[in-house]
Design a protein around this ligand. Structure first.
Ligand SMILES: CC1=C(/C=C/C(C)=C/C=C/C(C)=C/C=O)C(C)(C)CCC1
Ligand SMILES: [Fe+2]
Length: 339
């Protein structure tokens, strides 16, 4: 990729891939120990300070850096305006139509977590089996469906409970509008359709791969994640995935557009590179937490328990994810991830 020294990629690769793979292998066993519900929330709560929330807290610098420019006040101001307008409108939507806002959150996350993995496959895993835009869109559907659809198929009651907690901060009765998604026949239909897309996507990829190693990595990750989300209760699974999969991969991407971090990685100094990220991300992570506290005062039913606080945190994440997806999609365009 443009501007990124190959050595930096080499330094990053194990740091990016290994934690997620270890989590896929280990967490199902931990989950088998029947963790108390509160412990299952630990990774999601931790994501407010570590990896999760911070991965989006450098959006104000990311676009300019991706274009090879130093972020000036004007560039930062544009991103702040994007967040205010798009995030603000979506926040209002949560108050007016919470069930619709929840459904949108699921679809946006599906796309966004899929697009994150597409980048990782193309740039960090050197995948050559994703030749066409249609294949790349299919990979986004497959990869995003792992965290967003598989839990609905495997743990519908958990999924419903989380939907109730999010929507319930605004209007407890509104969640009834989502009930068709939990019907067994609808879930069976979704399972069949999704499986067909997974098999077709991997098969076409296999036929087009010249180097089979990245394809094997893609297939192994896909089936590993299917098993992970089918076995691990969703709050725990999503918390782990958000930190160690999506956010870690995106942070690697951010390091590769930051010249100083890339230089540090080129010298094998990953600590210095990640420290730069932490410094860049700290201010807006703290601002985000202050905004979350403000949101808690504004909602009709303020949170009282840990699950309710996490529900509100997820609403806040939803609101900042919409502009975050715009930023990442601009990065995708600049880096020709979909071409
Ligand atoms: C917690 C949880 C859910 C939703 C989590 C979502 C949608 C998280 C999105 C996070 C984002 C977008 C982070 C930014 O990149 C589900 C699937 C309803 C199932 C039950 C557990
Ligand atoms: Fe993200």
């Amino acid at each position: 990729m443009r501007g990124a020294a190959p050595v930096a990629h080499e330094t990053l690769r194990p740091l990016v891939f290994v934690p997620g793979w270890v989590a896929l292998a280990v967490v199902p066993f931990v989950a088998g120990l029947e963790l108390s519900p509160v412990l299952q929330y630990v990774p999601l709560v931790a994501s407010a300070l570590l990896l999760g929330l911070p991965h989006g807290a450098v959006d104000h610098l990311a676009v300019a850096r991706t274009r090879g420019r130093r972020p000036d006040l004007w560039a930062i101001g544009r991103v702040v305006a994007l967040y205010t307008v798009v995030g603000g409108a979506y926040a209002v939507a949560w108050f007016l139509a919470p069930a619709v806002a929840f459904a949108l959150f699921i679809f946006v996350t599906w796309f966004h977590w899929g697009q994150g993995d597409l980048y990782t496959l193309v740039v960090l895993a050197d995948a050559d089996h994703l030749r066409t835009p249609v294949q790349r869109l299919a990979v986004v559907v497959v990869r995003g469906g792992l965290p967003m659809l598989v839990p609905l198929l495997a743990f519908p009651e958990w999924y419903r409970r989380v939907a109730v907690t999010l929507v319930g901060r605004f209007a407890p009765d509104a969640v009834a509008a989502l009930s068709p998604a939990f019907r067994p026949d609808v879930r069976l239909g979704l399972a069949i359709a999704y499986s067909a897309v997974v098999v077709a996507t991997l098969s076409v990829g296999y036929a087009r791969a010249t180097d089979s190693a990245p394809w094997r990595l893609d297939a192994a990750e896909t089936f590993g994640l299917v098993a992970f989300f089918a076995l691990v209760p969703p709050v725990l699974a999503i918390g782990v995935y958000f930190c160690l999969w999506h956010s870690l991969r995106h942070i690697a991407r951010l390091l590769l557009v930051d010249d100083a971090a890339t230089a540090a990685l080129g010298e094998g100094d990953s600590t210095a590179a990640f420290a730069r990220f932490a410094r860049d991300a700290a201010p807006l992570t703290l601002v985000s937490l202050a905004l979350l506290a403000g949101l808690a005062l504004l909602v009709p039913n303020p949170p009282e328990t840990v699950p309710e606080w996490v529900g509100l945190y997820l609403v806040f994440i939803a609101v900042v994810t919409l502009p975050h997806v715009v930023v990442v999609t601009i990065m995708d365009g600049e880096q020709r991830i979909w071409a």
